[in-house]
Ligand binder design. Structure first.
Ligand SMILES: [Zn+2]
Length: 320
């Protein structure tokens, strides 16, 4: 995909107010553009009801150190989307990897909203938030991606960006998911980097080698005939049936029969997967009955006779 000429129609179809800013179909940076997600920013400019889009000119034309356009759309104080570009823009810089967005060229992979507020002593307005959620849901639906492909610049940045300030990005994704699918089933992702929810011994190394990883890195260990699992802890809201999905980066040197252990209401169940293949995506291990409560629910075990490094990256539970 070289451009997204459908952007204005998709936004209007979602009930978002749109102002088309000049020759948006042909205003873009040279280079590749093949978006898989949406990135939220704040402009760091102070907007108001009487000065609703102070950063619009800079977002269209750029600044001395960075050529414009600087985003596909600017979201003004009233929640109006000013559509600037149907192509590649200088908004994301390098991605360090966040959720399903891999490390790489953020301007190739991401459509950017610059939400016009200062982010230091000014929050996003309610109108900006509502319009940005609606726009993100509509664009991700068009791209065929789920709400996890909505990220904040502070999540993908490799240079310490803080935007967008004053919003919880997990709540944002839940709001986008709700907009996309009515009321979605309970679902939770634990990555090896999720604070307080992943435990593994020091025998598990940290790697960011594979671009198929979930988030910034993953853990790896040699197979061993001993118990040394990496555990994923979930707060299961109610006893019931849950689909368990796992994400691993694949590599010829990884394990051909890596055991995932699921702690069900009727004891541990083991599902082995081939981590040499089908990496960089959610793979379903099965549906299992789980008890309610906050506890270690899924593990990756090193105890396998198969050769190759055992990988522990991300696990997702979804109520079915
Ligand atoms: Zn930014």
């Amino acid at each position: 995909m070289a451009t997204i000429p459908w952007l204005v129609d998709v936004l209007r179809g979602a009930g978002v107010q749109v102002v088309v800013e000049g020759d948006w179909l042909n205003r873009m940076r040279p280079g590749s553009f093949d978006p898989i997600g949406v990135l939220w920013h704040h402009t760091a400019s102070t907007s108001s009801a009487t000065n609703p889009h102070p950063a619009l000119n800079i977002c269209i034309n750029g600044r001395p150190d960075l050529a414009g356009p600087l985003c596909q759309a600017l979201v003004d104080y009233h929640g109006v989307f000013h559509v600037i570009s149907a192509g590649r823009c200088n908004h994301a810089g390098a991605s360090g990897g966040s959720g399903p967005i891999p490390a790489g060229d953020g301007n190739t992979m991401l459509i950017g909203w610059e939400i016009d507020y200062n982010g230091v002593n000014q929050e996003m307005t309610a109108a900006q938030y509502a319009a940005s959620v609606a726009a993100t849901a509509a664009v991700l639906t068009r791209l065929g991606r789920d709400a996890s492909y909505a990220r904040g610049h502070r999540e993908t940045s490799t240079t310490g960006k803080i935007d967008p300030s004053f919003i919880d990005l997990n709540v944002m994704r839940a709001d986008v998911a709700a907009k996309m699918g009515g009321s979605p089933a309970w679902s939770s992702i634990v990555d090896n980097a999720t604070a307080g929810r992943f435990t593994a011994s020091a025998s598990w190394g940290v790697s960011s080698f594979s671009g198929q990883r979930y988030g910034a890195d993953y853990r790896y260990a040699d197979p061993v005939a001993a118990s040394d699992p990496a555990w994923y802890r979930f707060n299961v809201p109610a006893a019931g049936n849950y689909r368990v999905d796992a994400w691993w980066p694949a590599n010829a040197g990884y394990n051909s029969a890596a055991p995932y252990i699921i702690a069900t209401t009727t004891g541990n169940r083991t599902v082995s997967v081939d981590q040499r293949a089908t990496g960089g995506q959610w793979r379903t291990l099965g549906t299992f009955a789980l008890p309610a409560g906050d506890a270690n629910r899924v593990a990756v075990s090193r105890w396998t006779t198969a050769a190759g490094l055992v990988i522990a990256d991300a696990v997702r539970l979804t109520r079915v």
